[in-house]
Design a protein around this ligand. Structure first.
Ligand code: 13P
Ligand code: SF4
Length: 350
């Protein structure tokens, strides 16, 4: 049934602005005019979403007005892959980057998957090609290939298992049960962190690629000592994609989902989340009684998604916003993604 109008009245906007403020945007410092600007868009997006039977998964690095205003599911890469596949919506408007929307399309080939910012890539995904993976396999015959979910469909199609920051150590451990040598690509920093955690030697029993995340690669390990002096008792958490120099001096290392859980499970005078800024914004709204020391960087790819672009994708998606994956590559990429679900959830032998 078509909704009567898609133009909010001034009173609709005021009500929606109050809802957004209560959801947490007020606490994040949005002023009245910013709330009303966002409200005029979220009001329309939420109505169109119902009308078109669409669902909006949003990665935790998205803008707060997307996370708190229009998202139906929020999470890390693993959670979004699982939840998106389980949804019975006809359209998925993926608020995230290309590899996430492509994963959603592979898992739900019959759904329309839209990426509001079609140019939203990822430095890790762009660091490696399918030909590079084939060359690695040729150089290290018999070694299973685990690739980070931050990769293209063509790269996934060449690998044995996909991993995310939420399950990489577990899945890599499983692979080492049956193999002496494993290939991990493309994040060199995550590879080094995994080598340390699993007691493996890079170049010998762990072969890594040389990709990095432009956001996490740039945090400075030296500043940790300074912040510890400035904020006594602060607990410092860093994402798996940070450099080993940094991860060796923090209190916890993990993916975004695990970082949020760690904060939830611990009592500390303050917390510092060394990752993309979106996680800190979300943490401040989810844990209003906890103190967060700012330390973050923006991901230009994640922040390319705006409410305006979400609305345009829902109203009239362009060809560029519509994700298509050739079925033959999708079928090959699906296998290692399913393997990830099986190994992460202990449903299969290594
Ligand atoms: P997770 O949220 O899965 O930890 O991934 C971080 C990331 O960089 C996604 O782009
Ligand atoms: Fe890629 Fe890094 Fe941005 Fe995540 S934060 S999308 S890994 S560039």
């Amino acid at each position: 049934m078509a909704l009567k109008t898609l133009s909010p009245s001034q009173s609709d906007i005021e009500q929606e602005a109050a809802r957004l403020s209560d959801k947490g945007l007020g606490g994040l410092g949005y002023r009245d005019e910013e709330l009303e600007r966002a409200a005029a868009l979220t009001w329309r997006i939420n109505r169109l979403k119902m009308e078109k039977k669409a669902v909006i998964p949003a990665h935790v690095y998205q803008r707060p007005e997307i996370l708190l205003g229009v998202a139906d599911m929020i999470g890390d890469s693993y959670r979004l892959a699982k939840l998106g596949a389980a949804s019975d919506a006809e359209i998925i408007v993926f608020c995230g980057v290309r590899f996430m929307a492509e994963t959603a399309k592979i898992l739900s080939p019959d759904k329309t998957v839209l990426l509001p910012a079609p140019e939203a890539g990822c430095s890790l995904s762009e660091s490696i090609t399918a030909a590079d993976v084939r060359a690695l396999k040729k150089k290290h015959p018999g070694a299973p290939v685990a690739v980070y979910i931050n990769t293209s469909v063509a790269v996934k199609a060449e690998c044995d298992v996909v991993v995310t920051s939420a399950n990489a150590p577990k899945i890599m451990r499983r692979l080492y049960e049956t193999h002496d040598k494993v290939i991990f690509a493309p994040d060199a920093m995550m590879g080094a962190n995994l080598a340390k955690e699993l007691g493996k030697t890079i170049g010998k029993d762990l072969i890594v690629w040389n990709g990095t995340c432009i956001v996490h690669d740039n945090f400075d390990a030296a500043s940790v000592e300074f912040y510890r002096k400035m904020y006594p008792g602060v607990k410092i958490l860093a994402h798996f994609e940070c450099t080993p120099a940094l991860t060796s001096v923090v209190d916890y290392i993990g993916g975004t989902g695990d970082m949020m859980k760690w904060v939830d499970d611990h009592k500390a005078p303050s917390y510092m989340l060394i990752t993309e800024c979106g996680l800190g914004d979300l943490a401040r709204t989810k844990f209003p009684d906890k103190a967060f020391v700012p330390m973050c960087r923006l991901c230009p790819h994640m922040k390319a998604v705006t409410l305006e672009r979400v609305l345009s994708a829902l109203e009239k998606p362009s060809a560029a916003q519509t994700i298509e994956v050739p079925p033959s590559v999708a079928a090959r990429a699906l296998k290692p993604i399913e393997r990830m679900f099986e190994l992460a959830e202990d449903r299969a032998a290594a």
